[in-house]
Write a protein that binds this ligand. Structure first.
Ligand code: KET
Length: 409
């Protein structure tokens, strides 16, 4: 018999914190008044506060005041309006794939949940279980796809020497991938590097992938955050859908609507024909039902309310552009602050990179030094969330980077 003192779980070992979300845990424990959290990709205002978009508040008011609304379960696939509008948002309102009923869209638990459901669907129903992810990529990709039952390999993406795209390496690796392999692409604002292929490069990637029958799986977590324009940031995805071929897309509304904790996103599978699409959707339901049964109603209702009302949609795009612009402004300020300090190195990448993050090039030791001496919290790969920076904290960050670069090799 187990003794009353001893736990049946006593052999459970302490797990490490998550490399990204653990940064916030460490930040919260630090009593320093000068501490700055540049870890997780979460938008903060110029005052350092989390932002609930005005248009989101308005949508929530409408929902609360509508007494006809109930709290019944949603269908397994989620809110129908939300799914239709999400597909339109990423593929474009005039997308032939949508008009021809070739898109199966299911509401999922934000971007992560969409990737996971897509991964499990592929592991069950697709002939090639290997997924190629960029090197480097968002830290959770490997875990999500491995647990979904796929085998994860990487393709070259980033060249530290040029701090740009390793386009040759990318093409070379994809050209030796097994026919039919799945390829994860960041739709825009690649995390963590901030480096995206140009549209011309995307066209070459598309030609190569289609010629080898490689299956694109787009992760779209930052639509609107790269350029400030929702359509421009969807161009890579639309290029692949325009050729009539198949692909998957995981969308997140965490960043672009600031709905982080609402966990609202969508998985879309674009198929070749309407009848395949119906069967694909029926199988997606079998993936979802034993996982979490059906998705939550509130976040999806907010998104649907905003997307279907022209005036609210406009207001959203303005607020989204303002967030994107503030981030671009922070890039400029940080770049200038380092130039003023004469910090060794070329920091041009700070203004060239796209999206929420700057991939600084700082090494693990330099990051540890900045955290210890300057209370600056960021991921150990040298990634800074520009969305967490504000004019007031730029000089402190620049001092920290300057000290790290000059004191730690
Ligand atoms: N894809 C990418 C590329 C991504 O950066 C994130 C989140 C997600 C998907 C998932 O987001 P969701 O909240 O499930 O919609 N990235 C930030 C937050 C995190 O790590 O969870 C980050 O990199 O800081």
């Amino acid at each position: 018999m187990a003794s009353l003192e001893g736990s049946v779980f006593s052999s459970v070992v302490q797990a490490p914190e998550d490399p990204i979300l653990g940064v916030t845990v460490a930040y919260n424990k630090d009593p320093s008044p000068v501490k700055v959290n540049l870890g997780v990709g979460a938008y903060r205002t110029e005052e350092g506060k989390p932002l609930v978009l005005n248009v989101v508040r308005r949508a929530e008011q409408l929902l609360v005041n509508d007494l006809s609304r109930v709290k019944e379960y949603l269908p397994i696939t989620g809110l129908a309006d939300f799914n239709k509008l999400s597909a339109k948002l990423i593929f474009g309102s005039d997308s032939p794939a949508i008009q021809e009923n070739r898109v199966a869209t299911v509401q999922c638990l934000s971007g992560t949940g969409s990737l996971r459901v897509g991964g499990e669907f592929l592991a069950r129903h697709y002939h090639e279980r290997t997924i190629y992810i960029p090197q480097p990529t968002w830290g959770n990709h490997t875990k999500v796809f491995t647990l979904a039952g796929l085998s994860v390999k990487t393709y070259r993406y980033y060249d530290p020497a040029t701090r740009g795209l390793d386009f040759e390496g990318l093409l070379a690796d994809l050209s030796v991938a097994p026919p039919g392999a799945i390829v994860l692409l960041h739709a825009c604002a690649h995390n963590p590097t901030g480096v995206d292929p140009t549209l011309d490069q995307y066209e070459q990637i598309r030609l190569l992938m289609r010629s080898k029958g490689l299956l694109p799986f787009f992760d779209s977590a930052y639509q609107g955050f790269a350029s400030g324009n929702l359509d421009a940031d969807a161009q890579s995805v639309r290029l692949f859908v325009a050729d009539g071929g198949e692909c998957l897309t995981a969308q997140s509304y965490a960043k672009n609507m600031g709905l982080y904790g609402e966990r609202v996103g969508a998985l879309s599978i674009v198929c070749k024909s309407a009848d395949v699409t119906v069967r694909v959707e029926s199988q997606l339901k079998l993936v979802i039902r034993p996982m979490y049964s059906n998705p939550p109603i509130h976040g999806a209702s907010i998104v649907a309310t905003i997307l279907k009302d022209r005036e609210m949609y406009e207001e959203w795009t303005i607020e989204l552009k303002a967030m994107a612009d503030r981030i671009i402004n922070m890039r400029q300020l940080l770049f200038e602050a380092l130039r003023t300090r004469g910090t060794p190195g070329d920091w041009g990448h700070i203004i060239k990179q796209i999206g929420m993050f700057t991939f600084t090039g700082l090494n693990r030791e330099q990051v540890a030094f900045m955290t210890k001496e300057y209370h600056i919290y960021m991921t150990s790969d040298g990634r800074i969330s520009m969305a967490g920076l504000r004019s007031q904290t730029v000089p402190h960050l620049a001092d920290a980077i300057h000290a790290a670069v000059t004191q730690i090799q």
